[in-house]
Design a protein around this ligand. Structure first.
Ligand SMILES: [Zn+2]
Length: 219
């Protein structure tokens, strides 16, 4: 079967995210890009019974290439981000608790308050402008791709989290770090004290160092 390894990786990631309580029911979806093909979780299939052949393959224009199932109804989030960002090879959309709590606040972004955000996420976490109704699939993708800029994650207004990575394991870590950052932010603002942010001038270099030279530097 073509993309057998990637199909298996997607299923294992879904099961892990379910175990972490990041996926409830069939809310949440996972994708990998291989060349000009996008592999996506199918619409409304329980993760516990998902099989490799249930994974749907589409092209960069959204046409189905392989699979009997329909791709996730939120495929446009994935497709439009892949079309925009050639450094992204995996995307996870999850309905995680703290990202969802933050998605209801009258803010445009979660500011960059801790090192994991500057290093892995590339700075603050942007939020899309407005709630998009569930059936407006294309608009949801447009809003997500407009919002992400050069970051590795974003939050969909009144909805949930989107995390990108150069691999599925990195996208999983981005989901976890984003969730932790949202929890920290909510706890910090609950104190009523003002926040100290990581200075803007440090963010790009810390992200670059983490991505390209961290662990490879001479000591
Ligand atoms: Zn969703």
């Amino acid at each position: 079967m073509i993309f057998a390894h990637e199909r298996q990786q997607i299923i294992e990631t879904c099961l892990y995210l379910q175990e972490m309580s990041y996926f409830l029911g069939t809310w949440g979806n996972v994708s990998i890009r291989v060349g000009e093909s996008i592999l996506l979780t199918p619409s409304r299939v329980e993760y516990s019974i998902m099989k490799p052949e249930d994974i749907v393959v589409i092209d960069m224009a959204g046409n189905k290439l392989k699979g009997d199932r329909n791709p996730t109804s939120e495929k446009e989030i994935h497709r439009q981000i892949y079309n925009l960002r050639n450094d992204v090879f995996a995307i996870i959309h999850a309905h995680t608790v703290y990202a969802m709590a933050v998605s209801t606040l009258e803010i445009d972004e979660v500011p960059c308050i801790v090192e994991e955000m500057s290093q892995l996420l590339g700075g603050s976490i942007p939020l899309t402008r407005e709630y998009v109704r569930a059936e407006e699939h294309s608009l949801l993708g447009i809003e997500a791709s407009k919002c992400i800029q050069n970051r590795m994650s974003l939050i969909l207004r009144n909805h949930g989290s989107v995390a990108c990575g150069n691999s599925l394991s990195e996208a999983t870590l981005v989901t976890q770090v984003q969730e932790k950052a949202c929890m920290l932010y909510l706890n910090a603002i609950a104190t009523g004290k003002s926040l100290r942010l990581i200075p803007e001038e440090f963010i790009a270099s810390e992200h670059y160092r983490y991505k390209h030279t961290y662990g490879k530097e001479k000591t």
